[in-house]
Structure formats: C-alpha cells, structure tokens
Design a protein around this ligand. Structure first.
Ligand code: PLP
Length: 430
C-alpha cells in the first residue's frame, strides 16, 4: 500500500502542529507508523490522501454510529448553513435537542450543551462540588474523562497509550482532591469514603470503560456505586461520552437501569460535529448559571450546525431501533470470529464486548481492571495493527481503545475484518 502523499502531508504538518496532529492518538506513534491522512469517508469506509480505501473501525472515536456521511443525516444541511452558523443568541433547535436528550435518558431532567466531552466532565465536577459543598472526587484507574486537569490522573486513552497517565503541567494542588479507585472494585470505593468521611463530592465513572480497551462493569458494580454515593450524600456522575446513545437509546443508564445524578455526553450527540453536554436531576441542574450561581458558559455552545446534526442523528436512532440490534449482531459476529482465531492459533488474547463495543486484548483475560489490561502485549498489538492497515482495515491505533462499529458496517465488512485478523495475528504471533 502506497502512503507517499500522507507522508508528505505529515512532514508539513510536523512543522506547524505539535507531533503533526491535533489529538495525540491520531499520530500512530504507539504502533510505530506515520499517520494516514484522510480525504473522505462514506458508510463504513474511509479514503486516504493516497487513494487507499479502508474499512474503518475508529469511526471518529465514537461519534459516527451511523457511519460516514449518511445521506439521511446530511439532508437539508446546506440550508441550515446558509441560515447562519452561529448567533450567540438562542435558537429553537437547542430546545428540541435538549428535549430529545431528556426524553431518552432516565437520569436527565435538564441539560446544558457544551462543545466537547472534556468541557462536559469539567463542568459536571464543578457543579457536583458546588451542590455538595465538598472538594474531593473519586475517579477510576484507566478511565478517561477528557483532558481536564483534575481528571488527568491515572487516565486511560491516549494518556495510557503514550505512557503519561498522570501528565506534567498539572499542579499537585489541583489533583490533591482526586482519589483514584480500582474499576470494578467496590471495596476500594468503600475504603475511600471511610478515609474521607464527609469530604467526597462525587464519583465519576465510565459505566462501560472504553478508554483502557473495553472493560464492562462487573454485575452489581454500578448498582454499588449508586448505593454508596447515596449513602454518603455524594453525586454519582456517569461519563457517557462514549456509551451515550451507543449502548442503547437510553444509553448505559437505560441499559443497566442505574440512574446517575449527573450525566456527561459528547460524541454521538453531535453527529460528527464538536459537541458535549452535561445534565441531570432538576434540583442539581437548577444551580447552573443563569438559573443558579454555578458559572459555566460557551461562545459556540448549542451551535446551530452541531445541534442540527445531533438532532437528526438522535431522531434517526429513536425512530429506527433496529440500529442497535444490527450493530450488536455484527459485534457478536466479530467477537465469535476473533475468539475462534484465538482458539485456533492458541494465543494469549481475549475479546471483551458490551453490546456494540468490542475490544481484542493481546493478553490473557479476564480483563476487569486497569491492572489486567496493562499486562497486554502492546508490541504485538502494534504489529497486528500494521498488518490490518496493510489489508485495508483501520482498527484503533492503540491497544487501550475499543473498536467502534457503526450501522453502516456490513456483514461482509465484519467477515473481511475477521479474515484479515486471522492473517495479521498469525504474523504478529509468529
Ligand atoms: N469522556 C470519555 C469517556 C471519553 O472517551 C472522552 C474522549 O474520548 C472524553 C470524555 C473527552 O471528550 P472530548 O474528546 O470530546 O473532549
């Protein structure tokens, strides 16, 4: 496969952009390659600057649940652009969007739109601290909640991949109130609450961890978090930036039937445009400015274009519930295919899955926490990635990320990805 033009663009990019990319994981550093630069996407495929076509399992890291450039979402978009792209004054689409989100999520009475998942989690923490009058927060090792200072402690995603899960530049003072517990380990949460009696404002959790690979919650884990936080008068924050509208239309909270106090959203609700949101119980959200005194604002928040794309996406998901079944069927097929290869090749690897979220770990399972996943063989994963790319399949360029399936992926795409995986894993484990 030729990558001459991508390489040329990358050389130019490195002159002006740190590392040549605008988000670290795009650099392909952990898989020992230069990044491919993308020209366009349609359905389940992307086309790079050299004209190579790939089946895409990155899907913009989650937003594209309906695949690339779906006609039914793009319908009427030109008219919306021509009406104006930003006003700094409210529009009716924001209200329609807020209603859609509140009607879908059990734990959501009111919602505030922001511009990214990072803004959502950062604002949610401020609100939880203001509501409880406490400063400390609990997060879980390997969970990633964006690049907000106080949450960049033992973080997942790119921070874990690049080996800097606690980043320089964050003052000790900022993280002194961040307590890190073990994912899927209720006793570590109980212990943190007893050691910090009356001091913990909130527990923030990815209901299915999607930034250390895919690590589903053990049965009862989310229920325990709900019970413990309630007992201690702390706020439970579900970071559903990945799981929101992905696991089901009611998101993780609808699927697991556990209602958080505050939910953070992003990705899918922007239909591929920059967006985020946080919301929850009316009593808590009533503290947000201008209704209450907790300040939070944004020049482009509720941007008309992002709202339109997000609204069209959510309406499609609401009106076409078969989307979730179809994605899950393909995820089950992928899981079975990968498991068969693991058996056949007798390799140390395992597959995790939560509905349509899938991950192939090159290490011995079970994968239930950060301690488990970091034992994976990232060098072999890099080799597996490179072979997959050569065969026209883009999987996440890092072991500690999940595959994103979309409604546009066909059965043939999945079968091809399984076949390519068989060949690629054979080489990676040779
Ligand atoms: N929360 C989770 C669970 C995420 O996966 C991410 C990003 O991947 C974020 C928050 C941050 O979102 P954004 O990249 O839009 O700031």
């Amino acid at each position: 496969m030729e990558h001459g033009r991508s390489k040329k663009i990358y050389e130019e990019a490195k002159k002006y952009i740190p590392g040549g990319v605008n988000s670290p994981v795009r650099a392909f550093k952990s898989v020992g390659l230069d990044p491919v630069f993308i020209e366009s996407g349609k359905g389940s495929r992307v086309l790079d600057a050299d004209g190579n076509s790939y089946i895409d399992f990155v899907c913009s890291w989650g937003p594209l649940i309906l695949g690339h450039s779906p006609e039914y979402i793009y319908d009427g978009i030109e008219e919306i652009i021509r009406k104006g792209t930003s006003f700094g004054l409210p529009t009716e689409t924001e209200v329609k969007m807020a209603r859609l989100i509140c009607e879908a999520l059990p734990g959501m009475d009111m919602v505030r739109m922001v511009n990214s998942g990072t803004e959502a989690t950062m604002s949610a923490l401020r609100l939880a601290r203001a509501y409880t009058g406490r400063d400390k927060i609990i997060k879980f090792e390997g969970c990633y909640h964006g690049h907000c200072d106080s949450l960049l402690v033992k973080a997942g995603s790119g921070a874990l991949t690049l080996g800097v899960p606690t980043t320089p530049g964050v003052p000790q003072d900022v993280i002194k109130d961040t307590i890190v517990c073990r994912y899927n380990d209720t006793s570590s949460v109980e212990a943190a609450f007893s050691e910090n009696a009356g001091g913990i404002a909130a527990v923030i959790v990815e209901p299915v961890a999607g930034n250390m690979g895919v690590v589903p919650p053990r049965e009862g884990f989310l229920e325990s978090l709900r019970e413990i936080t309630k007992r201690h008068g702390a706020i439970l924050i579900f970071d559903e930036v990945i799981t929101g509208f992905r696991l089901s239309y009611g998101s993780a909270q609808g699927l697991f039937k556990v209602e958080p106090d505050i939910t953070c959203l992003g990705k899918i609700i922007g239909g591929g445009l920059p967006v985020g949101a946080y919301g929850g119980k009316r009593e808590i959200m009533s503290m947000v400015s201008p209704l209450g005194s907790v300040y939070q604002a944004g020049t482009l928040s509720g941007n008309p274009l992002a709202m339109h794309m997000g609204m069209k996406t959510l309406e499609y998901l609401r009106d076409n519930p078969q989307v979730y079944g179809s994605i899950e069927d393909n995820a089950v097929r992928l899981e079975a295919g990968l498991n068969a290869i693991i058996d056949e090749l007798s390799i140390d690897a395992c597959v995790t899955r939560a509905k349509g979220m899938v991950c192939l770990f090159l290490g011995k399972g079970p994968m239930e926490s950060h301690d488990d996943v970091i034992r994976c063989d990232t060098a072999r994963y890099a080799s597996y990635f490179r072979e997959m790319l050569e065969r026209g399949v883009i999987i996440p360029p890092a072991q500690f990320e999940g595959w994103f399936l979309s409604y546009a992926h066909t059965r043939e795409d999945i079968e091809y990805a399984i076949k390519a995986s068989r060949e690629s894993l054979e080489i990676a484990f040779a």
